[in-house]
Design a protein around this ligand. Structure first.
Ligand code: THU
Length: 126
């Protein structure tokens, strides 16, 4: 699957975002090495800290179903700007796809790719 196709999948996933507090919709599409796609959106909560980001929703859906062979993840928002993963999500990405890639779309509609290690250099691991 191309990076552009994965971005389009992330935009579809974004439609289900539950964002009554921030009104900031995020979608993610997570591609496995054998071509499966897991979708995620951000899911907010009245207790704000209980919110789950779109990337972690997709990752946790996959891991909870026994899948961990991830190749790349696309992340989009409805902001019109590039939407890089937050710090907590970078740590979770490092846990499950340290050799993986993150696919983003900038405000010009251009696709940008970053390695997980580039986004979280000298990351913490046990
Ligand atoms: N959000 C994500 O879904 N992913 C990120 O990496 C950044 C932040 C969500 C969390 C919250 O629902 C909203 O964006 C505003 O922070």
């Amino acid at each position: 699957m191309t990076n552009r196709e994965l971005i389009e999948q992330a935009k579809k996933a974004m439609e289900y975002a539950y964002v009554p507090y921030s009104h900031f919709k995020v979608g993610a599409a997570l591609l496995t090495k054998d071509g499966m796609v897991f979708y995620g959106c951000n899911i907010e909560n009245a207790s704000y800290g209980a919110t789950c980001c779109a990337e972690r929703t997709a990752l946790f859906k996959a891991v909870s179903e026994g899948v961990k062979n991830f190749e790349k993840i696309a992340i989009v928002s409805d902001s019109g700007n590039i939407t890089p993963p937050c710090g907590i999500c970078r740590q979770v990405l490092l846990e499950f796809m340290p050799e993986g890639m993150v696919v983003l779309e900038n405000e010009l509609g251009e696709i940008k790719t970053y390695s997980v290690k580039e986004l979280l250099p000298i990351g913490f691991t046990l």
